[in-house]
Write a protein that binds this ligand. Structure first.
Ligand code: FAD
Length: 320
């Protein structure tokens, strides 16, 4: 069995919390199947991220900093990940499932001639990868038969690795990327700046559906009061009421916060696939037959425009 290489995403040198799920996967997989855990950090700030990466028990942390990696492009980053995987004799290459890794890992798999399994939620003793299908209603145990296997890891299914004392080796990657040879070039990156936490990192999410009729004011007020993120159903996104990066569900983001408010949404199976792992679910819906009540820990049958302002007042009072 070869090594397990994990790509760790970071923002300005701070490793994203969701990536720590992939470290946990790697440790568990290496413990069962053998091999060492290696972590790769790339791009601007990778040097700083490497210092943090060394606290998660990897045998080696690889640092790829180079002008060609200044701006993220799946094509350039995939070259580096595949080269490092080959150099260290990796038999598994993985990362936490995210917009970036959904874009990049299939390219890494193609470069390595590897089979790929997306969004895994576990492994079994035979080394099969477990992944949900049919909006989470069934779990497949998939065998990847190629010598190198590429996986993306569902963050909600692996506890984030705990930080320990720094250890392991650090190694600089000799980056060999010629941007002029790529068939894509970086134009610009428009970051949506928000004072709210990212959906996948938030411990509280307040989500609205079609029942908001496009008025997300109370949703946002409740989210801000609880320092939470705002989420939405696809119906709300498709109506153009909120940007599509707020969509939770099968074709949106998969989240598992400590507290999830489902407000004015029916609880369609595709939405549940993205949030039913939340620790506590609170639902408000006018229709007592709404399927969301089937997964809610606390359910209120009522109008969200009456119930949510009352909740906000009560929370404010309780906070003093
Ligand atoms: C392939 C595929 C992928 C999909 N992926 C996703 C996905 O990732 N995420 C996702 O969310 N959906 C997804 N969908 C869409 C999904 O099937 C549903 O259509 C969608 O989730 C419904 O959104 P909703 O609950 O907001 O709207 P509705 O189903 O219309 O429900 C609105 C609810 O609001 C309630 N309501 C109305 N007014 C009020 C009020 N004033 N106060 C309280 N309650 C009120 C109503 O009783 C109703 O239950 C997908 C569908 C397909 C086919």
């Amino acid at each position: 069995m070869g090594n397990v290489l994990i790509l760790a995403e970071h923002k300005d040198g701070t490793i994203k919390k969701v990536c720590r799920a992939a470290f946990t996967f790697a440790k568990q997989y290496a413990a069962k199947q053998g091999g060492q855990v290696h972590i790769l950090v790339m791009g601007p700030g990778a040097g700083k991220a490497a210092e943090e990466a060394m606290c998660y028990g990897a045998a080696k942390v690889h640092v790829a900093e180079h002008p060609a990696l200044q701006s993220y492009l799946a094509e350039s980053y995939a070259i580096v990940v595949a080269e490092v995987a080959k150099a260290i004799g990796a038999s598994v290459v993985g990362a936490t499932s995210s917009s970036m890794t959904k874009d990049m890992l299939p390219r890494v798999a193609a470069k390595l001639g590897a089979g790929m399994c997306s969004d895994i939620v576990g492994t079994d003793d035979q080394g099969h990868f477990l992944r949900p299908v049919w909006a989470g209603n069934a779990i497949v145990a998939a065998e990847i038969t190629s010598p190198i296997k590429v996986v993306s890891v569902r963050a909600t299914e692996f506890a984030p690795a705990e930080k320990g004392a720094a250890g392991g080796e650090k190694s600089a990657v000799a980056v060999n990327v010629d941007l002029a040879k790529l068939r894509k070039r970086f134009v610009k990156f428009e970051e949506i700046k928000s004072s709210r936490p990212e959906l996948t990192e938030a411990s509280v999410i307040v989500s609205g559906g079609r029942g908001t009729k496009g008025d997300f004011k109370v949703i946002e007020q409740l989210a801000d009061l609880l320092h939470g993120a705002v989420g939405a159903t696809r119906a709300a996104v498709d109506a153009g009421w909120v940007p599509n990066d707020l969509q939770v569900g099968q074709t949106g983001k998969v989240v598992a916060p400590d507290l999830y408010f489902a407000l004015g949404m029916s609880g369609a199976i595709q939405h549940l696939a993205g949030m039913k792992g939340s620790k506590v679910i609170v639902a408000v819906n006018k229709d007592e037959e709404a399927p969301i009540f089937g997964v809610a820990d606390y359910g209120l049958v009522g109008d969200l425009f009456k119930a949510v302002p009352e909740m906000i007042e009560e929370i404010k009072k309780a906070k003093g």
